[in-house]
Design a protein around this ligand. Structure first.
Ligand code: CP
Length: 303
């Protein structure tokens, strides 16, 4: 049984093959249809990831069993593992799950001898966001055709961002030179293994990709929320016109979205020439099709 939980658990060849497959699908390649059934369980709010998985599933011809965790028996106390066993017993082959608990899947995978659907991680707490990471890789590869030697900076709320955690490691392993900027209290020590923490403006004009992160108000402390000053944050760590104009001609701006306009990125720059934010969202559908195909490859169901 194959799950898709952490892009950094894949080897480099598998990651590059997923990127290629997403780009083939974007170019119109015939999807690998299977008569399988999928449930999307989103315990945290989502616009992009949820609808993008739904679109990917539609394009792959998957049947969807709709479950809203808030109105399911989980609201009566049923555990996630019992819910997954129930879905499998009903005939669900794949469960796409977003959950606020970091590494929620560890408990599920530790229970041996239980039949559960194949799992796809749609974002776990401050842990990993592997489908976002793949769509980011697709977007960068589409722009540059390689990762080796690219100067990539991730800016902002590194501590709470599963996007940053997924991307920092996989991009370093693919050969990018990673640097990080953001408020001191949001700099996770373990990111030092992936790259250097620098002031946002250091070597700014040498950057190929700047990835801004959403300030995760739902994960920062009450005190941090009460003392957060949007205008000050924007001046210190945001993309403004002055910074934009100093970027290289071919440099691109990325953000996983939703964007706090005028906080991480000035409103007028969200749709600027260098911005790939909406292309990232488009690429998300094809990245997720490639992920679902990858998961389904290990399934014995007939076409
Ligand atoms: N980027 C992202 O995960 O967006 P959603 O929270 O809207 O899914």
């Amino acid at each position: 049984m194959r799950h898709f939980l952490n892009i950094n658990a894949l080897n480099k060849i598998d990651v590059l093959e997923l990127i290629q497959r997403a780009l083939e699908l974007k170019a119109g390649a015939k999807p690998n249809y299977k008569s399988l059934t999928v449930s999307n369980l989103f315990f945290e709010n989502s616009t992009r990831t949820h609808s993008s998985f739904q679109m990917a599933e539609n394009k792959l011809g998957l049947q969807q069993i709709k479950i809203d965790p808030q109105s399911s028996s989980m609201s009566k106390g049923e555990s996630l593992i019992d819910t997954l066993k129930t879905l499998k017993a009903i005939g669900v082959d794949i469960a796409v799950i977003r959950h606020s608990v970091t590494s929620w899947y560890d408990d599920v995978l530790n229970l041996e001898g239980h039949a559960i659907p194949q799992l796809v991680n749609a974002g776990d707490g401050s842990g990993q966001h592997p489908s976002q990471s793949l769509l980011d890789l697709v977007t960068i590869y589409e722009q540059f055709g390689h990762f080796s030697g690219l100067n990539i900076r991730i800016v902002g709320d590194l501590k709470h961002s599963r996007v940053a955690r997924s991307n920092a490691e996989v991009l370093k392993n693919l050969g990018a030179k990673m640097t990080f900027s953001g408020p001191e209290s949001w700099r996770p020590k373990d990111f030092e293994q992936f790259g250097e923490f620098v002031g946002i403006d250091q070597d700014w004009s040498q950057l190929d990709v700047v990835m801004f992160l959403r300030v995760q108000h739902e994960r920062i402390t009450q005190t941090e929320n009460q003392t957060f000053l949007a205008r000050q944050y924007h001046e210190q760590y945001g993309l403004n016109i002055a910074r934009y104009e100093q970027l290289k001609e071919h440099a691109i701006i990325m953000h996983p979205a939703p964007v706090n306009r005028d906080v991480e990125i000035a409103d007028e720059l969200v749709e600027s020439d260098k911005s790939r934010i909406f292309e990232q969202i488009t690429n998300g559908v094809f990245a997720r099709m490639a992920i679902l195909e990858y998961v389904m490859e290990a399934d014995n169901a007939t076409d």
